[in-house]
Design a protein around this ligand. Sequence first.
Ligand code: ATP
Ligand code: F6P
Length: 443
Amino acid sequence: MALKINGLGIMPEDTRICVVMVGLPARGKSYIAQRAQRYLKWLSVPAATFNVGNYRRTNAPHPPANFFDTNNAEGERQRRAAADAAITDMLKWFKSGGVVGILDATNSTKERRKWVLERITSEGIEVIFVESRCDDEELVMANIRDVKTSSPDYVGQDPEQATLDFRERIRNYEKVYKSINEDKDEDHLTYLKIMNVGKQVFINRIQDYLQSRVVYFLMNLHIRPRSVWLSRHGESMFNLDGRIGGDAKLSHRGEEYARKLPELVRESVGSDRPLTVWTSTLKRTIATARHLPKHYNQLQWKALDELDAGVCDGLTYQEIADQYPEDFAARDEDKYNYRYRGGESYRDVVIRLEPIIMELERSEDILIISHQAVIRCIYAYFMQKTQEDSPWVPVPLHTLMKLTPRAYGTELQTYKANIKAVSTWRGKGSTAKHEDPSPEGGI
Ligand code: ATP
Ligand code: F6P
């Protein structure tokens, strides 16, 4: 059997999965689809979402609620045509190398699921249904107000009117909605059913490794409000010298940052609410965390240690260019994939960070104090930076970032300590010891 390797591990080369979302409107299907896609793409698994609503909008951009009434023959025809077009495009995408395709639609009747299943499995693609059920009326109304009134369906309309119309749209779906296996005749399907945002989860016939990884990730998602704070360690003695790697102590200014950090954190949290602090196992991150309040839980993770520069550990960029000119050029050519001799690449770092991301998805309010390359990889996950761009993102010293996940995307706030530090950013081709980042793409 031919095998392939990606960020989730080794799997048969022909593994292809279609995740088919199921559920009434405003149940977080698009939210779940977008999170799964972001996670998979970050791990280099080719993933894409096909949102049937976007296809429907080409013919029916602002449909009234009765468009979704099953007695409305024209509405039914157009909705079916939109689903058909989305599936056709998805199947083409699978042929061009896609591995996990997500079909984002309500798929709320048995007939629709049967049709979808047949079309997709006839191409040799596995299907896993992911249903989000939610009968918390307050949460559904909050979802409508949060995301639906600003949907392209309601552009230029009064939000109150839009809310009422959307509630009416849901009623039309409710008339025909069947939860998966509600009638006990869909037991042959592979599915994950998430009830009331994860209060209960049902899993049926999950078969292989990739399916179980996707399911495990989805089971860890939550929507409780929270943020993730990221900071590099304070300036180190190696930073002052322009040396990479090592396990150096903080400089005087780095120490000053460590003392200022509690105040910066308090300002960005906006209260005395404690955070959980994760550092690497290296001296400079542990020292940076040491003045934080004692009641903050602290944990050291080896996975948060800086990218291992192998034989180049402890050298300056100029020394690397002199001693390993080919490696120096190769790294600039493809920084994400370049692996230091005896060390790591950015791709390697992402793979070792996977458990950190999984844990972050499960958790609330975490402050991570780590290193330039590691912070870039975590930042890339939340801010959806490409593999090409992420290794070049400027992450200045003495700056705290606050990332707050929202329904669609992540909000970023930065807090500067106003304590001078050298820049450790390096532009392509440069061997400068300390270089100012180019203005574009900065945090
Ligand atoms: P539609 O069918 O109209 O496209 P949808 O089910 O895709 O609706 P989303 O657009 O994803 O709904 O709704 C996003 C909102 O759902 C967000 O406010 C998010 O916090 C919330 N949400 C996320 N996950 C869940 C869940 N499991 N149950 C209920 N709401 C959720
Ligand atoms: O210079 C500080 C540092 O954290 C080094 O220890 C590490 O090798 C480097 O940054 C990673 O940045 P880049 O990938 O841009 O060389």
